[in-house]
Design a protein around this ligand. Structure first.
Ligand code: TRP
Ligand code: ZN
Length: 451
């Protein structure tokens, strides 16, 4: 190697190592999800969708703050073509490697420095296939697209710091052919039609994890109203689902009122529902402030997705391994709702599940340790997760149990929570040693013995 080149390599090597943002946020289940070295404060996304070609044109303006010195950092973006990239208005270097969009700004960023990344991109978005085989992200439908990003799919339609550890506010502006509707998170600031296209401007002010963003496109009937508590509701329903959806959506204000009574104040200024007609998808998602359904939801699904607004959306995960904090809680909300509205008691639901034999898939793994990203949406996470909360309720009594749920939602509102923090909170509020209970129900393999 020529001496000059050797000197260059030697100089770049160690220096670069300390100033390169890592390619992942450190999640063992999804090692490349998210990135290190910065926090995104705000995403300003401007999207244009052409139904004739299924093509997306996008511009993302990302306001971020460096949390370490950075000569280089990554965003997550899967597929699509990047046509331009600037940092603080100056052309920056970039390369693509799998889902990593590697950015080299003209000048190194200092720790604590605010910076602005602008990415222009285009192409035909495609969903990602998750370890469990399901599709997420931008999923084409017969009249647009169903945009559900859990756990990985946000990066199929915008460049993101794609891990729930990082939460940001969003402005999402999307232009679609006239006659289609694009429904996103938060409040609708305005819509305007010109030259056969309609632009929708949405604003999500409260912090949101990237996977909870949506900009679902279809032919929807829409409805807007404000609840007694001042929450701005926007519903969008595919006509093919309207008949079945109407009686359930009518209950949204009373469900939110009941959930606010049980869990504490609703965390967002906006609410609503997006009811698409996309039965192949097979799941709903708790998109922030406005859950997304692949069909007319049942009442219990409506209760579940809206309970996630407290548990999962306002209080976010720091690791996908903790997914029971989302799904166990939203499932237990269904049990409580049923119990308090003339249906089965939570005890009855618990007993029916507990009666399943030791070989049943419910006992395949403990909810606190799903083992890999392939199992984060399996029944132990939902049902045994909810059973864990029921065991807690029996151990501490109803008043303390409800105090724990409310304190969890209040103390971690618009932030994050871990399983360890929940256990400590439950012990603190109850004054009880709950180590054995949580250890048994969250972490012990096989069917637990009855307490
Ligand atoms: N979190 C969703 C719910 O429980 C479910 C979900 C989201 C899901 N993405 C998924 C399930 C992918 C299976 C596969 O409401
Ligand atoms: Zn759920």
């Amino acid at each position: 190697m020529p001496a000059a080149l050797a000197a260059l390599v030697a100089a770049a090597g160690p220096a670069a190592a300390g100033t390169t943002g890592s390619s992942g946020a450190g999640d063992p289940y999804f090692p490349l999800a998210g990135n290190g070295g910065y926090h995104v404060k705000h995403y300003d996304l401007t999207l244009r969708y052409k139904s004739s070609s299924s093509e997306l044109q996008g511009r993302a303006v990302i306001n971020a703050r460096a949390t370490q010195p950075l000569t280089r950092f990554d965003l997550d973006l899967k597929g699509l073509t990047v046509t331009g990239l600037t940092v603080d208005g100056r052309t920056a270097g970039f390369s693509r490697s799998g889902q990593e969009l590697v950015v080299t700004p003209r000048h190194a960023l200092r720790e604590g420095e605010d910076f602005k990344v602008t990415v222009t991109y285009q192409g035909t978005p495609r969903p990602v296939t998750d370890p469990d085989g399901s599709a997420d992200g931008w999923i084409p439908t017969d009249d647009g697209a169903f945009l559900a990003g859990e756990p990985q799919g946000a990066m199929t339609w915008f460049p993101a710091n794609n891990h729930p550890k990082d939460k940001s506010s969003y402005d999402i502006t999307i232009t679609v052919p006239e006659g289609r509707t694009a429904v996103s998170n938060g409040v609708l600031l305005g819509r305007s039609t010109a030259h056969g296209r309609t632009t929708f401007r949405w604003r999500q002010t409260e912090p949101m994890a990237a996977y909870l963003a949506t900009a679902t496109i279809g032919r929807f009937k829409t409805e807007q109203y404000t609840t007694r508590d001042g929450i701005q509701v926007y519903n969008a329903v595919d006509a093919r689902e309207a008949g079945a959806a109407a009686p359930v959506l009518k209950k949204l204000p009373s469900v939110l009122e009941w959930e606010s009574k049980v869990f504490g104040p609703y965390p967002f200024r906006a609410a609503g529902s997006i009811v698409d007609h996309a039965h192949d998808i097979g799941y709903a998602l708790e998109t922030q402030s406005r859950p997304l359904y692949d069909r007319a939801p049942s009442l219990s699904t409506l209760v579940h997705e809206n309970a996630h607004q407290w548990f999962g959306d306002s209080v976010s995960l720091t690791s996908w391994k903790d997914i029971w904090l989302n799904e166990g809680f939203a499932t237990y909300a269904e049990w409580l709702y049923s119990e308090q509205h003339g249906g089965d008691s939570a005890q009855k639901t618990f007993d029916e599940l507990y009666a399943r034999p030791a070989g049943n898939s419910l006992w395949a793994f403990p909810p606190g340790n799903p083992g890999s990203g392939a199992h984060i949406f399996d029944s132990p996470v939902y049902d045994r997760g909810a059973m864990t909360l029921h065991e807690l309720r029996k151990a501490v009594g109803d008043p303390v149990f409800l105090r724990i749920l409310r304190a969890w939602a209040a103390e971690h509102r618009h932030g994050h929570g871990t399983t360890g923090q929940f256990v400590r909170l439950a012990e603190h509020k109850s004054g009880k040693d709950l180590h054995t209970l949580f250890n048994t129900w969250l972490y012990q393999a096989g069917k637990p013995n009855r307490s």
